[in-house]
Design a protein around this ligand. Structure first.
Ligand SMILES: *[C@@H]1O[C@H](CO)[C@@H](O)[C@H](O)[C@H]1NC(C)=O
Ligand SMILES: *[C@@H]1O[C@H](CO)[C@@H](O)[C@H](O)[C@H]1NC(C)=O
Ligand SMILES: *[C@@H]1O[C@H](CO)[C@@H](O)[C@H](O)[C@H]1NC(C)=O
Ligand SMILES: *[C@@H]1O[C@H](CO)[C@@H](O)[C@H](O)[C@H]1NC(C)=O
Ligand SMILES: *[C@@H]1O[C@H](CO)[C@@H](O)[C@H](O)[C@H]1NC(C)=O
Ligand SMILES: *[C@@H]1O[C@H](CO)[C@@H](O)[C@H](O)[C@H]1NC(C)=O
Length: 583
């Protein structure tokens, strides 16, 4: 029996848009995971999109009624056979950074959001819904650390003195506040504090940047005589930084003015706010006051204590606790694109989990990719590809050369066909290239000769042919280990046959052209020789005509020759050829 972990994931998007008065409606994307149709849920008739085409995984019906509203009935889960990492990729989302509540890895590529799930081996990651909501650009500003690269992950969001769970939307909250889920907590403990509520309106509630719903402040807990300190304890992950937001409004009719109720706020025993006077600080009764602080916690519990100094009782409206996560550095986008091209070209199966970022989180890099962190650039690079004996098909894309930092490629023992991309010659850091036992054909690109760091080259067991680049042959002398055996016909370096009859198509064309050229030259030469011969003859005829005795013998001889040679040229008349012996 599969047991689903029900995850509720809410992503707030801090958009980097300027806050002008006429700002557009905030970006909102709600996805009902596993749903076959877009649906609307009561009471607000919010639209949830089906998640078709956003991700892999398997849709299922929720087995238990979800404890949250809206009541979504489907979910999606990611069994390990689908790979260790699965992502929702949602495009065309404004750039920004996030706070998340749920166990999920969230990171942002340009204009898109990727929400990824890692299988940890303890049950399959499962998700019911995803909301991506744009909120005010300064929302939850907590100090200098806030900004790009920081993620606020919701640990807890409590509305005190009430028993009803609420979303901002139920509270008629401003859309620029997002749609926060407020978990109800009626009291912190039996008989130690008491709920309070009011119907009166609350001032200064829905203001920039957080736009808390006014109704949030209409209930609270107040400590009682039995225990003046108001204390709330929750479990947290140790050794993390937390951003804590406390909400107050004086809704107790017995407190009529400033100075009547004053208390200190302590976190794990340390004072973080002294002499909090809600009426004094907010300016009035029935007026919202929000205080925030960031603390580093080493233990596993977080205790918030309100210690009265005047008035004996403390009051608290709501609590928000976020874990402050410094976003991890990512892999260079160019290398991510190159790996995605490789994934597509080699038809990498799901079990490799090539989704999300190749090197982040660093505990779960993509299988087969070796990651290296470049401290100076603050980015991850791929320095090795180990995909030997993985049953891969397809061909090697040119993009593989965009992985400039590769020192080793091992794709041995697959069924890769096609040619070795000549662009591989630009990956100058390459030391090991093992493409043995595939179906690679064509010749070894000349560019591989430029890989001066190459120490090990295994191309054996392919269908390669033609001349091995001579630069590679030269390298052999320096102790490099190259294997070219078991191919269709490689030649040209020591240990391989001399390049003879096995010529490349180019060489064949070259030779044919050379032969043709020689023939043409031969014909031209013959013609020249013949012409020259005729000229000599003519000169001799002229000499003969002068009847010079010493030439008589020669003349007789030549006249014979002339007869022979002249016979074919019947086109010429004697007059053209000048005075003739034969005429
Ligand atoms: C979920 O329930 C619907 C009807 O309620 C049913 O048609 C569908 O086959 C179920 N899906 C799964 C994956 O069990
Ligand atoms: C949070 O507190 C800091 C100082 O403690 C303050 O500068 C900041 O404005 C507060 N943030 C909000 C949104 O009120
Ligand atoms: C907590 O914050 C401090 C100061 O801002 C920082 O030096 C430290 O690394 C942070 N700790 C964690 C676990 O993020
Ligand atoms: C490449 O991978 C295969 C299979 O994993 C292994 O047998 C071979 O030794 C590796 N080649 C190199 C050069 O390490
Ligand atoms: C290599 O093999 C492919 C088929 O896998 C073929 O289309 C191509 O023409 C071959 N190339 C060479 C140079 O032999
Ligand atoms: C080269 O590969 C062949 C198999 O194709 C193998 O028999 C031979 O031992 C290898 N040579 C070296 C030097 O590794």
């Amino acid at each position: 029996m599969l047991r689903f972990t029900l995850l509720w994931l809410l992503v707030f998007l801090f958009a980097s848009i300027s806050s002008s008065s006429a700002r557009p409606a905030p970006y909102a994307m709600r996805i009902s995971c596993g749903a076959r149709q877009n649906i609307r849920t009561p009471p607000t008739y919010t639209r949830w999109y089906k998640d078709f085409a956003y991700t892999g995984g398997i849709p299922a019906n929720a087995t238990a009624p979800s404890h949250i509203t809206p009541p979504l009935k489907t979910l999606r889960y990611f069994p390990l056979s689908e790979g260790p990492e699965n992502c929702y990729i949602i495009n065309r989302v404004p750039k920004g950074h996030y706070s998340v509540f749920a166990e999920a890895l969230v990171f942002l590529l340009d204009g898109s959001v990727s929400i990824c799930f890692h299988s940890t081996g303890r049950g399959d990651p499962t998700i019911i819904s995803i909301e991506i909501l744009q909120i005010d650009e300064k929302a939850y500003y907590f100090g200098p650390e806030w900004g790009r690269g920081v993620i606020l992950k919701t640990t807890s969001r409590l509305t005190c003195g009430t028993s009803k769970p609420k979303f901002d939307e139920d509270y008629s909250g401003d859309h620029w506040g997002g749609d926060r889920f407020w978990h109800p907590i009626r009291t912190f403990g039996k008989n130690v504090d008491a709920p309070r509520s009011t119907e009166s309106g609350i001032k200064k509630a829905s203001t920039v940047p957080n736009f808390y719903p006014e109704a949030l402040y209409q209930s609270a807990v107040v400590s009682t005589d039995s225990k003046p300190d108001l204390a709330y304890t929750m479990d947290v992950d140790p050794n993390k930084n937390y951003s804590i937001w406390l909400h107050f409004a004086e809704i107790d009719a017995t407190i009529t003015s400033a100075g009547k109720r004053v208390f200190d706020v302590l976190i794990n025993g340390g004072t973080v706010f002294e002499n909090v006077d809600v009426v004094g600080m907010s300016g009035d009764r029935y007026t919202a006051l929000v205080l925030n602080t960031t603390v580093a916690l080493s233990g596993r519990t977080l205790t918030i204590t309100l210690h009265p100094k005047k008035g004996n009782h403390a009051i608290l409206t709501a609590i928000e606790v976020f874990q402050v996560i410094v976003a991890e550095s990512k892999t260079s986008p160019e290398e991510v694109r190159a790996l995605q091209a490789l994934k597509k070209s080699l038809g990498l199966p799901n079990r490799f989990g090539w989704n999300g970022d190749p090197c982040v989180p660093k505990e779960h890099p993509w299988s087969g990719a070796d990651c290296h962190f470049d401290k100076s650039g603050g980015k991850w690079f791929i320095d090795g590809l180990g995909l030997g004996n993985q049953g891969l098909r397809g061909s090697l894309p040119n993009e593989i050369s965009k992985l400039h930092h590769l020192q080793s490629i091992n794709l041995s023992g697959n069924s890769i066909h096609g040619v070795i991309p000549s662009s591989l010659g630009t990956v100058t850091s390459l030391e090991t290239l093992d493409l043995s036992y595939n179906f690679l054909n064509g010749s070894i690109p000349e560019s591989l000769g430029k890989l001066t760091a190459l120490r090990r080259l295994n191309l054996n067991g392919n269908s390669l042919s033609g001349r091995v680049p001579s630069a590679l042959g030269g390298r052999l002398l320096n102790g490099a280990s190259f294997n070219f055996t078991d191919n269709h016909g490689l030649c040209g370096i020591p240990g391989l046959p001399k390049c003879g009859p096995h010529l490349s198509a180019g060489a064949k064309v070259g030779i044919a052209f050379a032969v043709f050229l020689s023939l043409v030259l031969l014909v031209i030469c013959s013609i020249c020789w013949w012409k020259r011969r005729q000229n000599i003859l003519r000169a001799q005829q002229i000499a003969a005509a002068s009847r010079s005795a010493p030439y008589a013998k020669a003349r007789t001889q030549s006249s014979h020759d002339i007869q022979m040679s002249r016979n074919p040229s019947r086109g010429r008349t004697a007059s053209e050829n000048g005075p003739s012996l034969l005429s």
